[in-house]
Design a protein around this ligand. Structure first.
Ligand code: PRP
Length: 211
């Protein structure tokens, strides 16, 4: 039997995913060793391989078939728009993609003015403003601490993830519009989906039962 390979987004998401897999009897003890620099982990008995990748790289590994299955946030899956099948909402990592800014920026959105939008997700922001709202905007790509942008005058609003809302509150910003809900999703390579359909369907079914 060939190995089924999983790409997991590093960090909290991977921890939650491994917890979930444990519930259906899939364990990978080597992966829990916190100080290990090892990149790939094997469960010989079940013929499974796991590796940790940067979140936005997970859909890339899955599209090219270097991983059969991936777990990543819906934000990165949408942003990367790779040719993969999204098969399961894992239910954790729940948050929202929102347009945020100072309350005073609400009018720019209402009047569909040409404003600047700072974001780590240029593709999601572009789709929202151009295809959903039909508003022409300038999108400015940033790599983190997006909330800074409207505070220092780089942009009028931001398109970013809101989980508890405390980053916004502590910086005097608010949610102005909601783009879409987000959570962790399981994605599958389209060829693997056909070639390993029995194993993958069984996995999805067992996960569904515990989610
Ligand atoms: C994310 C997001 C917000 C924050 C939202 O940033 O970009 O800044 O979390 O969470 P909250 O609503 O619970 O405050 P992250 O910490 O991932 O880092 P980043 O700013 O570098 O993107």
């Amino acid at each position: 039997m060939r190995y089924l390979t999983f790409a997991l987004g590093k960090g909290r998401l991977a921890e939650r995913t491994l917890e979930l897999f444990e519930q259906i009897g899939i364990t990978c003890e080597e992966m829990k060793e916190k100080d290990s620099r090892k990149l790939i982990f094997i469960n010989e008995e079940l013929r499974l391989r796991f590796f940790l990748a940067k979140g936005p790289d997970v859909p890339t590994y899955v599209e090219y078939g270097a991983a059969d299955i991936g777990v990543a946030g819906r934000d990165t899956i949408l942003e990367e728009s790779r040719k993969v099948h999204e098969v399961l909402d894992l239910g954790y990592g729940k948050c929202r993609m929102c347009i945020c800014g100072p309350k005073s920026a609400a009018g720019y959105l209402k009047r569909r003015e040409l404003i600047r939008v700072a974001t780590k997700y240029p593709s999601i922001a572009k789709d929202y403003f151009y295809n959903v709202k039909h508003q022409t905007v300038e999108i400015i790509k940033l790599n983190g601490s997006i909330e800074l942008a409207p505070i220092v005058g780089l942009s009028e609003v931001i398109c970013d993830i809101v989980e508890t809302g405390s980053t916004l509150r502590e910086n005097g910003l608010s949610v102005l519009e909601e783009v879409c809900p987000l959570s962790a999703r399981m994605i599958v390579n389209p060829v693997s989906m056909r070639m390993e359909s029995a194993r993958i369907k069984d996995l999805i079914q067992r996960l569904r039962a515990v989610i």
